[in-house]
Design a protein around this ligand. Structure first.
Ligand SMILES: Cc1ncc(COP(=O)(O)O)c(C=O)c1O
Length: 445
């Protein structure tokens, strides 16, 4: 969106495009602050999904290898949309070609495809940070389990982790020091869903060079970065990238795996069967080239059409400059209001400077009742939607906060470009009321 002289008017215009933001409950609109989990959808995305079901509701087959299931009117239209969607996803991350784009159900599935498909041997090591999302931890723990079984050694250490700074920020030296001759996979999250911290581009380039020098690959979990900033796989030098479309205004149940083509071609397919094969015989199978070999069965065609609309909307209608500016301003307001409330039963996680935390602010407490009360009062009095719990980074929270008895008592507010300063204030008002007079609100403890 071209910068205008009135950013609030720009945001009002964008908000008008989101049907969910026009709803009222007891005369009040929703205040949606759970964007890290899933964003809302604009009308153009909803229309694109509906168009699939209304206009060309057939099975697809728009593979870039030219395979065509059918030759007919509906199929030809769908094939055009599929090709456009794969091109749009490829351009979004500056892939070499659309054949490097694999549709998945979500970022988790994309990471599972890589963790399952890489040819690792006992003795190889997998490295991550201490704060990987479960979707970028558990698939690697499963790879470790498989290698232990193969080696017949239940104690074989395959996955190792490096520490972050005390405030949760990334430290390149700690990461580099953990890479050894055995590191065959470096699987790291680009941006944290807990505190919004990001690994700088320059650090990713350095890590990629180092891991390539020892014969490894860099797998980037970009679930929290692709929706918020320009991510260029070629410039970063990474090997695999996973992200989800439902965190960038797109349909739920849609994700993407990007991989360097020559690496995708060596990756063993994970879920196999219909449409992944070039041909079969009673005793053998010949798989398609990527990406087809990774996309088993009929696909989520409505989701693919919706994904194209979402990518077009984020890149052409909204733009990453506006997303960045809004997140900065909104998180600055949240931080300015919430930081002074910190006390011995309420504090903020992550670096102090909101500019280091994207659109995320997370609160913690020794008291689960306090966190519950903020969520409940926010919902009941102001239609505020936030997220409470461990946000799928259990391993990190256990490691860091079990001793302060606060590993589970967290509440996260996360903004996207359509949120407003007034919404941030409404949330801060609720937090202020509960934190300053907890006894008035802890009746559900
Ligand atoms: C950092 C990170 N990685 C991975 C995921 C998993 O994404 P998905 O739900 O698309 O599988 C999430 C989801 O919140 C996330 O925040």
């Amino acid at each position: 969106m071209p910068a205008s002289t009135d950013p609030e008017a720009d945001v009002r215009a964008l908000r008008a495009e989101f049907p969910a933001l026009q709803r009222l409950r007891e005369g009040k609109p929703p205040i949606y602050l759970n964007n890290t989990c899933m964003t809302l959808r604009p009308q153009v995305v909803i229309d694109a999904i509906r168009r699939y079901y209304e206009d060309f509701p057939t099975c697809g087959g728009g593979r870039s290898d030219g395979t065509k299931r059918l030759h007919n009117w509906f199929q030809d239209e769908l094939r055009e949309h599929e090709a456009h969607a794969r091109d749009a996803a490829a351009q979004l991350v500056n892939a070499h070609s659309a054949d490097e784009i694999v549709w998945t159900r979500n970022a988790s599935e994309a990471l599972n495809i890589v963790a399952h498909g890489l040819a690792l041997e006992p003795g190889d090591e997998i490295l991550g940070s201490e704060r990987e999302h479960n979707s970028n931890l558990v698939p690697w723990l499963e790879a470790e389990r498989r290698l232990r079984e193969r080696a017949g050694d239940p104690d074989l250490v395959v996955r190792r982790f490096f520490e972050l700074r005390e405030d949760g920020g990334f430290d390149l030296d700690l990461a580099l020091a953990a890479i050894t001759e055995r590191t065959k996979v470096l699987a790291i999250g680009h941006a944290s869903n807990l505190d919004g911290t990001v690994i700088p581009d320059e650090a990713i380039r350095t890590l990629a060079e180092r891991v390539h020098a020892v014969g490894g690959v860099l797998v980037l979990d970009a679930a929290q970065s692709v929706p918020h900033r320009a991510v260029d796989v070629r410039s970063l030098g990474v090997d695999f990238l996973a992200w989800s479309i439902h965190k960038m205004c797109g349909p739920t149940g849609m994700g993407v795996l990007w991989g360097r083509y020559e690496l995708l071609a060596r990756l063993a397919p994970f879920v196999v069967g219909g449409d992944t094969i070039a041909d079969t015989w009673q005793d053998r199978v010949e798989y398609k080239s990527p990406p087809g070999r990774f996309e088993a069965g009929l696909q989520n065609y409505a989701g693919i059409v919706g994904a194209a609309a979402a990518i077009d909307y984020i890149t052409n209608r909204v733009g990453f400059d506006l997303i960045h500016a809004r997140e900065l301003a909104l998180n600055a307001r949240l931080t300015e209001r919430l930081a002074p409330l910190q006390c011995d039963h309420f504090w903020l996680l992550g670096p102090e400077d909101p500019a280091s935390r994207g659109g995320v602010i997370t609160m913690a407490s020794h008291s689960g009742a306090l966190i519950n009360a903020i969520e409940r009062v926010g919902d009941e009095t102001a239609n505020i939607m936030v997220r409470r719990g461990m946000f799928c980074v259990n391993a990190y929270l256990h490691r860091r906060f079990d001793r302060t008895d606060s590993a589970k008592n967290n509440l996260r507010a996360s903004v996207y470009f359509y949120n407003t300063l007034a919404e941030c204030d409404a949330f801060a008002d609720v937090v202020e009321r509960v934190v300053q007079s907890p006894l008035d609100y802890l009746d559900d403890a």
